[in-house]
Design a protein around this ligand. Structure first.
Ligand code: RFL
Ligand code: PHB
Length: 389
């Protein structure tokens, strides 16, 4: 088989790239290790920057998003019983939207299928060959049969545990990582959200986040120990702990109910450099991870796709390789700023095991400063809604 761009990974990054390239007449094949239902079953991101929404529009897949998303003008930050709002709209005249990653992925699958896009599921043993040559190819097995795809380029969109990043030799690859000493326990419940904006809550018992998907589907998270397992937490214990971490005014109106999903995610900051090796380009979680506190993971994946898509179009349609040559540099410049913001928001709002009384005072002073300082709020708003591409 032959294609122009072989895309490894059928998550949001891979599907979005495939859809965008297709609309410019550039041929792709997507290789996905799991089934479509498995990918759609993963409950992940909820907040989309407008840059992401614009890219979905450009890909021709924003019809349902535009109809069903919830525009959020701001967010609430609380500390114990105290709370204040950060209005993105008032501060910088920008907003974000709530639209789940599951829905983004579903819309992209539907669009790819409607256009007869080639997606191969259940692939095993994906291996990238000759990425540093002029004739790369990818081999994989499906139903026990070996397959081979010749291509011009490989897009590694296979997430943190994929094979693409590992293909880049260690002599070329440099990795930067920070592991946080806690995780997030998240639940999804068919209950109305406690508030119409997200609440990022810092408390003496640890961090909590009140988020949502729609008017009868709420997503809540609490900071938990890395040694915890979801089975350690009954729904009742989860709700009890959440109520103790959010302002009592919110706790009193919180509607609880059975969880329909419960999982724990460890928190990590990670970047690999460079994001290009020969004809292999890394995108999204394959190249970088952020702790979810700033809602930046999927959004940063989207900015990678933006740079790679424009680089590919410039290459195929204008015969100019400048965009591809500068892909790693451009993507990383934005990635590092999203890393900084996610690390900052995580540090601001979580309790750390080794925190001294001085550290706690510093955290408190930083929250007070954010609460009272216009410039600090503008900086937070600009980062949260997404820095320009
Ligand atoms: P994905 O989604 O991991 O998709 C990669 C795909 O590649 C497949 N794969 C392979 N396929 C073929 N061969 C192989 N060898 C393969 N290895 C892997 C996998 O099966 C998978 O289908 O990466 P992608 O596309 O780069 O997308 C990244 C996002 O999923 C991720 O950044 C976000 O979910 C992060 N994130 C959030 N991001 C936001 O922008 N806003 C948020 O509000 C937000 N909240 C979150 C989050 C992530 C969370 N968790 C669980 C990590 C909340 C949570 C709790
Ligand atoms: C979510 O709704 O899942 C969500 C929202 C904001 C975050 C992280 C996750 O910062």
């Amino acid at each position: 088989m032959r294609t122009q761009v072989c895309i490894i990974g059928g998550g949001p990054s891979g599907l979005l790239l495939s859809q965008l390239l297709h609309r410019k007449g550039i041929d792709t094949i997507v290789l996905e290790r799991k089934t479509k239902d498995y990918v759609l079953g993963r409950i992940r991101a909820g907040i989309l920057e407008t840059g992401f929404v614009d890219l979905m529009r450009e890909a021709g897949v924003a019809e349902r998003l535009d109809k069903e998303c919830y525009v959020h003008d701001g967010t609430v930050i609380s500390y114990g019983d105290e709370q204040f709002g950060i209005s993105f709209k008032d501060l910088i005249d920008k907003t974000v939207v709530v639209y789940g990653q599951t829905e983004v992925t579903r819309d992209l699958y539907e669009a790819r299928e409607a256009m007869d896009g080639q997606i191969v599921y259940n692939v095993e043993s994906v291996t990238i060959h000759g990425a540093d040559s002029d004739a790369p190819y990818v081999t994989y097995a499906v139903d026990g049969t070996e397959q081979r795809i010749e291509c011009d380029f490989v897009a590694g969109c296979d997430g943190f545990h994929g094979v693409s990043r590992q293909t880049i030799p260690l002599s070329v690859r440099k990795e930067y990582e920070k592991i946080y000493p806690f995780g997030w326990l998240g639940i999804l419940s068919e209950t109305p959200p406690v508030h119409d904006e997200l609440i990022y809550a810092s408390s003496d018992r640890g961090f909590a986040l009140c988020s949502m998907r729609n008017e009868n589907l709420s997503r809540y998270y609490i900071q938990c120990a890395l040694s915890d397992s979801p089975d350690d937490w009954t729904d009742a214990a989860f709700w009890e702990e959440l109520k103790r971490r959010i302002p009592s005014e919110m706790a009193e109106k919180l509607v609880t109910g059975p969880s329909i999903e419960k999982s724990i995610a460890p928190l990590r900051s990670f970047v690999t450099e460079p994001m290009r090796w020969g004809r292999l380009f890394l995108c999204g979680d394959a190249a970088h991870i952020v702790p979810p506190t700033g809602a930046k993971g999927l959004n940063t994946a989207a900015s990678d796709i933006h740079y790679l898509y424009h680089g590919m179009v410039q290459h195929y349609l204008d015969g100019d390789s400048e965009g591809l040559d500068r892909y790693s540099e451009k993507a990383l410049a934005r990635v590092w700023k999203a890393e900084r913001f996610s690390w900052w928001m995580t540090s601001l709002l979580h309790r750390y095991p080794e925190q001294s009384p001085f550290d706690l005072k510093m955290q408190r002073a930083e929250i007070d400063f954010l609460c009272s300082n216009h410039a600090a709020q503008v900086a937070m708003a600009e980062n949260y809604v997404g820095l320009p591409y």
